[in-house]
Design a protein. Structure first.
Lengths: 162, 765
């Protein structure tokens, strides 16, 4: 089995994997990082979103081998000790989650959205850019609010909780 | 109730969130046992067929394969039971078709399990499944309700003539028919309630581990571990439930359908016992469409008898409900339960519902968020708008003329429901005011100028939930002065850890992080009825509240002796008991260390037996804008005003309402499960089943207009399903309103998606 090496949440990791191993399985099964989830078989739901070299990707349709040498960040790598990432804090403050299963992917996609589009995101922009992430619990209302507030917080601005 | 900092009514963020936002939540699908084997289910490609299992030798000889389990291996196990049969009108209880753990030689729906393959790796199990040779012989298919009720239709089960699973009459038919015979006017409508898939984000899974003492540890996602333990033990393995410890960790959504027994559970337990090793099975998304209960799917004919003024005199309804190929755990109960809410918020003195369950070659049906009440509310509120249109009366006036007035409460309906409270015109007026109903004509004119069609609609619902059997709650004080709640309900995302902690804090005044809530382990609590029917707070919460109150009294009793004070002079604050108005206090931890602090003083239990259901009610107002060139419809405003009696936590409550409404909007506008005439599933993934996405959903304006319930001490009304129940009729009524204004169209069926609307507009003259 071929060997793959990458940096996951700042830590160098490597493993021998079946060539067909998906990144999500490498993270969940080999690295025991179970915060990244699998919600579908068709790359639709976004529960598996992680960052590879700073960009959001769906780890359920990415081969682990294709991430050789890459820098991977998962939901477990966002907080700095007890200090939550502003987007994590915003999801809690705005009740942007219920069962929590889609949440890691939502947060990773939201941070990517800020990286791409800036700190001042309109409701319309957020809804449009969330089309790769499905939530069955929240009706998205509070996710949109959370992302708006999280984006502002990442830019050093404050948005009052509703 | 006295306001407490972390108690009843406070808008507190959730204590459980930290683990979910940091990726440290622990779901059943994250659980692995040491040395576990992986299982794959071989499923039927046919909707209806006989089959002969060929030799299994080749599959069994494949690398890594530990077992190939077929019918012969599990024939000694009991069937999956239907635990809520509905009687026929003649009083007889129909016999449910056998629902074996694995079928012998006949399958009744696509995706039906026929073999369970266990191997060292999932890929090995999959490969072995390919090596199993089955001779299939296709049989005639009954795909949908319309096929099932055709004259001369093939029979799904020989023992069920006409494909009728049960035929039940509720209400007074003779009286109703007599009113119809004399009525000034009768209006009728056929409505479709489309078939839905729960599609919680975490698919089902199980890890079954055999223990040295012959018992099993079973880890699975559920809505209550006790119910599944009992069904497995009593009905299927015919053993003492104590032989199964069932543990449910964090649950990635349930919406009703994670409550039930499914074939993979006994199969995994059986395989683990046979092999002496842990066995894991996890569903993928497409399997969820094959192997988890489906929701809704009714064809309903409704008729209303009216007098000259538009007063509703009598309602008769014929509901044909799809049961699928077998009767699932509560399947027949769902349309029956919906029919008990037949007359909704209206004062109608005569009525009946004929509820028929029909077999089809499709996945069995069961409870999905709302379970019968969304179907009833949609039927009635769509119908009322249709009646208003037919008789040329304003739809608001028609509703107000027929509402049950507050002065009539408690009000007994023709189906025997007793509503305790409800001010329907109150929330209707408030919702219309927020939605600026009066300004609608001007908005419609502006939209028309840019070629868009606007419509506004509403639905006024009432539903029945939060009743049933008691749910014992256990509250105890720990040595360190913190408290623990144990209860047999099961959060699937609702936030029970926060909600129950608030109820405890109401009496113990502890911050929420000093109160642990334990659910999901059958070893922790002796019994549990699980989460369903919006019962966890009205029923479970009432028990928690009472148990906490008893504990508070015990703590004061213990403190009184130590502080040498009368109990009446003591108060609880900040994790201590103190003499009111002084600084003389004793902390909970110190109380727990007192010699008199025996276990029975520090651990209390209470269970609340509701005398009746609770009846949450409310108004949803929806405004839509349709592009007639494409049929594309946007919700431009959505207002909800609800009566939940009392609000425990406004943040959690709003979350339940938003999410519930989204599922109702999804049904109204885009969601639909489809089978072709051969019973093949055309929507078995997120690529072809339309799941609501952020861009499909509106922002919600939600407020409460609470009238406390009289059926529980806290005055609460259940809120877990109400959003789903109220939303769908409001959306469809808004869409029809737009279509009527443009083309005189008086009805469309759900899902009113772009294609449907485009076609309806094109075919209208």
């Amino acid at each position: 089995m071929p060997k793959v090496s990458m940096t996951v949440n700042g830590k160098r990791v490597s493993g021998n994997v079946d060539a067909r191993t998906l990144l999500v399985d490498f993270l969940r099964n080999e690295q025991r990082l179970t915060g990244t989830h699998v919600g579908c078989d068709t790359s639709q739901c976004g529960a598996c979103v992680v960052h590879v070299d700073g960009k959001a990707i769906k780890s359920c349709t990415t081969l682990a081998l294709s991430c050789e040498g890459a820098n991977v960040t998962t939901i477990e790598g966002l907080a700095n000790g007890q200090d939550l990432h502003p987007m994590q804090a915003a999801f809690r403050a705005h009740h942007g989650l219920q069962c929590g299963f889609c949440t890691p992917g939502m947060i990773m996609a939201a941070i990517d959205m800020v990286n791409r589009l800036g700190f001042n995101l309109s409701e319309e922009t957020i809804r449009e850019n969330l089309d790769g992430n499905i939530c069955r619990c929240t009706g998205y209302h509070n996710i949109v609010k959370a992302i708006q507030a999280g984006a502002a917080a990442m830019g050093g601005l404050k948005v009052a909780a509703e | 109730m006295r306001p407490m900092k972390f108690g009843m009514g406070q808008a507190l963020t959730r204590v459980e969130d930290h683990r979910f936002i940091t990726g440290s939540g622990h779901y059943a699908t994250d659980y692995h046992a040491k040395g576990e084997l992986q299982a794959f289910v071989l499923r039927s490609p046919y909707a209806s067929a006989t089959f002969r299992m060929g030799s299994l030798d080749a599959a069994r000889a494949m690398p890594g394969v530990a077992a190939v389990i077929t019918h012969v291996d599990v024939a000694h196990l009991g069937d999956l039971p239907c635990q809520a049969p509905v009687k026929n009108s003649d009083g007889s209880t129909p016999r449910a078709p056998s629902y074996p753990v694995l079928p012998k030689d006949r399958v009744f729906h696509v995706g039906e399990a026929v073999a369970f393959i266990v191997a060292e790796t999932l890929n090995q199990a999959r490969d072995a499944a390919e090596a199993i040779d089955i001779k299939w012989s296709a049989m005639p298919v009954v795909s949908e309700i319309a096929d099932a009720r055709k004259k001369g239709a093939p029979l799904v089960h020989e023992a069920a003539p006409g494909n009728v699973a049960f035929d039940h009459l509720m209400g007074d038919k003779a009286k109703t028919d007599a009113v119809f015979a004399k009525a000034a006017r009768v209006v009728s409508l056929d409505v479709v309630n489309n078939r839905l898939i729960a599609n919680y984000m975490e698919t089902r899974s199980i890890v079954a581990e055999p223990k040295k003492d012959g018992k099993f540890l079973i880890t699975l996602g559920s809505q209550g571990s006790h119910g599944l333990r009992n069904t497995l033990a009593k009905f299927i393995f015919k053993t003492d439930p104590a032989n199964f410890r069932v543990v449910t960790p964090d649950v990635g959504g349930g919406f009703g359908t994670k409550t039930f027994m499914y074939r993979e559970y006994p199969l995994a337990v059986f395989a683990a016992g046979k092999l002496g090793r842990p066995v894991r099975w996890a569903s993928d998304r497409t399997e969820h469409f094959f192997a988890c209960a489906h929701g809704r799917d009714n064809l309903t004919r409704c008729e209303m008898a009216l007098d000259e003024r538009g007063k509703f005199l009598a309602l008769r309804v014929e509901i044909d409900a799809n049961m699928g190929a077998y009767l699932s755990q509560y399947g027949p109960y769902i349309p029956w339960l919906g029919a008990t809410m037949l007359t909704g918020v209206y004062d109608i003195k005569a009525g009946y519902a004929r509820v028929r369950g029909l077999f089809t070659n499709s996945v069995p049906f069961d409870a999905y968020r709302g379970a019968g009440r969304p179907e009833a509310a949609y039927m009635l509120e769509r119908f009322v708008d249709y009646i208003a249109d037919e008789i040329g009366m304003d739809r608001i006036k028609l509703r107000k003329l027929n509402f049950i007035k507050p002065a009539r409460m408690p009000y007994k309906t023709v189906t025997g429901r007793v509503y305790d409270t409800g001010e329907f015109a109150g929330h209707l007026d408030r919702a219309m005011e927020i939605a600026e109903w009066k300004g609608f004509p001007a908005r419609a004119r502006s939209a028309r100028k840019v070629g868009k069609l606007r419509g506004i609609g509403l639905g006024v619902y009432i539903e029945a939930c939060g009743g049933g059997s008691p749910e014992p709650a256990y509250v105890s004080l720990e040595k360190d002065g913190t408290a623990t709640v144990r209860i047999g309900t099961q959060s699937n995302g609702q936030g029970h850890e926060t909600a129950y902690a608030q109820l405890v804090s109401q009496h113990l005044d502890l911050p929420l992080d000093k109160i642990r809530v334990k659910q999901g382990d059958t070893n922790d609590t002796p019994t549990g009825l699980g989460t369903g029917g919006s019962r966890s707070i009205p029923v479970g919460g009432s028990g928690v509240m009472k148990a906490a109150e008893l504990l508070a009294t015990n703590l004061k009793t213990l403190a009184a002796e130590k502080l040498e004070a009368g109990i009446g002079d003591l108060e609880i604050s900040g994790g201590a008991v103190r003499i009111a108005g002084t600084d003389r206090r004793i902390t909970f931890a110190e109380i727990a260390a007192l010699p008199g602090a025996k276990k029975d003083m520090l651990s209390t239990t209470a269970a609340f037996a509701p005398p009746e259901a609770t009846y949450p009610n409310g108004t949803h107002v929806c405004e839509v804008e349709i592009d007639p060139e494409t049929g594309e419809t946007r919700i431009v405003n959505f207002v909800i005003v609800d009566d939940f009696g009392v609000t425990l936590n406004p943040i959690l409550l709003a979350g339940q309402i938003h999410g519930g409404a989204a599922q109702g909007i999804g049904q109204a506008m885009i969601e639909r499960y489809v089978q072709d005439e051969n019973g093949q599933i055309l929507t078995a993934s997120f690529l072809d089943y339309a799941m609501p996405r952020a861009d499909d959903m509106p922002s919600f304006t939600f407020e409460t207009r609470n009238v406390p319930s009289t059926t529980n001490a806290m005055g609460l009304k259940g809120a877990g399903e109400a959003g789903t129940i109220g939303a769908a009729p409001a959306v469809v009524n808004a869409i029809v309103d737009a279509l009527r204004r443009a083309k005189g169209i008086s009805h469309v069926d759900m899902p009113a998606n772009a294609q449907t609307i485009w076609e309806v507009l094109r075919s209208a003259t």
